[in-house]
Write a protein that binds this ligand. Structure first.
Ligand code: B16
Ligand code: MG
Length: 218
């Protein structure tokens, strides 16, 4: 029986990728690395420090900076990102998501956030959906990022619900792998067909409680 739905944030609830990209692009260009929209795909669902490593490796300059300098760069990026997300309003909720939260809550199904973003709780507040969440995983306390199952397993544990009764919703390949490794039913938004999501949708507007109930199998 489906007892909980665990949500990724960026690409599932709202599109913060455009703000992450703007902030990374600014930082990268200051050190002579030029990033394009295509490159941004590689940063989706990846933690802040891992994203920085991907960018510096791309510019062949990871070793040119000390660990402390890299920390400072990540802080700078986050500062710029936080300025951008201050403007987020409930209008930026992706289609169908608010209705899905209402329907899940009305049906007694628990809701959790399983996002790599340390800014997740602030974004939920800006979107005015924080009250729907029964629990939010703190990514700062995790040892492994997606595709490791830790974040989804932690969400289920915080809710006190067995993995087999959880649905995870993700827009990244690493995220789908993480949900599967946690032994959960995986819903993929715009993910490639060959990744094996249990339910694949093109847009969040297709995510309804009815479709989750009808496809959920365990
Ligand atoms: P922060 P998700 C991820 O969100 C983003 O997709 C990724 O680009 C970002 O680097 C990561 O959060 C960490 O975010 O710098 O705010 O801690 O898809 O896991 O919701
Ligand atoms: Mg995502």
């Amino acid at each position: 029986m489906m007892k909980a739905v665990l949500f990724d944030l960026d690409g599932v609830i709202t599109d913060t990728a455009k703000y992450h990209f703007k902030a990374w692009k600014h930082l990268a260009s200051a050190i002579g690395i030029s990033l394009d929209e295509q490159f941004n795909e590689r940063l989706k669902g990846v933690s802040r420090m891992d994203s920085l490593k991907i960018i510096l490796d791309y510019g062949n300059c990871f070793d040119q900076f000390t660990a402390l300098e890299r920390e400072k760069m990540a802080e700078q990026k986050n500062y710029a990102y936080k300025q951008l997300i201050q403007e987020i309003t409930p209008n930026e909720l992706l289609p169908g998501i608010r209705k899905l939260f209402v329907d899940l809550r009305d049906n007694g199904i628990k809701i959790a956030l399983a996002s790599a973003s340390k800014n997740g709780p602030y974004i939920l507040e800006r979107l005015k959906i924080d009250s729907f969440f029964d629990t939010v995983v703190d990514p700062a306390k995790l040892r492994n990022g997606k595709p490791d199952p830790e974040i989804f397993l932690t969400a289920a544990e915080q809710l006190g619900i067995d993995s087999k009764e959880c649905v995870g919703i993700e827009d990244s390949v690493a995220g789908i792998k993480s949900i599967h490794a946690a032994g959960m039913f995986a819903v993929g938004i715009g993910v490639p067909e060959n990744i094996g999501a249990d339910l694949r949708v093109v847009s969040t507007s297709e995510l309804t409680i009815e479709s989750l109930f009808s496809h959920f199998k365990h």
